[in-house]
Design a protein around this ligand. Structure first.
Ligand code: MN
Length: 264
């Protein structure tokens, strides 16, 4: 099956880039994303959540009003989710001149394997793809919050964007990029990788609040497999940047064929 492709974009100079994220406009990773974008073009727009939205997935705000606030030149906050931000940016704030590219991140923490289904970072890129715009999500692996190797994303981010945009890719597909937990000098290279296994939710912490009522808190541990060859998990664990094209169309075509017998 062939689907329409984004035209290759060999030069991003003068192209319009929209930035968003899920960690909120003040997150350290967002400043890194801005550096990546400004290394590519001067026409950078920012529309990001006012507060942290990690784990928001692709949720839309339908039950309270959205109020974009201009906080600088081409710079807005929205009191909503990453999806709200990209939707409001493309269909309202930038309506007269939509972006050529949406960049999301750089998320503080990986979005590997099944993480992509819960991730607000990936959802912002997915919303861009659904609105017909090239989109790339960036996430950073780390183990020490005080010592996150953002220099890897800052150094290699622009080149990765240039390369994928020059190659072009199918519409309704977003590019998911994860940076390994190592400094730029130790980074081993870039690998195209498929989604691996990295399921969150097995680690539920049971506690009691100060008033004695029981509560649950979903902890960060994942049931993952960093040894499976060709996966995003293995690439990042081995010190490579993983690049994974993700299809917005979740249809499983092989199963369509299998099930067609049942409904013939
Ligand atoms: Mn986040």
């Amino acid at each position: 099956m062939t689907s329409p492709h984004f035209a290759p974009l060999p030069d991003l100079k003068g192209k319009r880039i929209l930035l968003s994220n899920d960690d909120g406009i003040s997150a350290p990773g967002f400043a890194v994303l801005e550096k990546i974008a400004r290394a590519l073009s001067d026409d950078v727009w920012i529309v990001a959540p006012v507060s942290e939205q990690s784990g928001a997935g692709h949720s839309l705000t339908l039950h309270h009003p959205l109020r974009p606030m201009k906080v600088g030149e081409k710079r807005y906050t929205v009191n909503g989710t990453p999806t709200d931000c990209v939707l409001v940016a493309i269909n309202h704030l930038m309506r007269d001149h939509p972006p050529d590219l949406v960049l999301s991140g750089v998320n503080m923490g990986v979005n590997l394997g099944e993480d992509v289904h819960y991730s607000g970072t990936v959802a912002a890129a997915m919303e861009g793809a659904l609105l017909g715009v090239r989109a790339i999500a960036f996430s950073q692996s780390f183990d020490d919050e005080e010592n996150i190797p953002w220099d890897t994303a800052e150094k290699f981010g622009p080149e990765i964007v240039r390369k994928v945009c020059a190659a072009g890719w199918a519409q309704n597909v977003l590019i998911n990029v994860n940076f390994p937990n190592c400094r730029a000098a130790a980074m081993k290279g870039v690998q195209l990788a498929r989604q691996g296994k990295n399921k969150i939710g097995d680690d539920l912490v049971h506690r009691h609040d100060p008033r004695g009522r029981a509560y649950l808190w979903i902890a960060s541990r994942r049931l993952g497999d960093a040894s499976a060859p060709g996966t995003d998990l293995k690439a990042v664990a081995d010190g490579y940047v993983s690049v994974t094209p993700l299809n917005v169309d979740l249809t499983h075509y092989e199963s369509m064929h299998t099930l067609s017998q049942a409904f013939s």
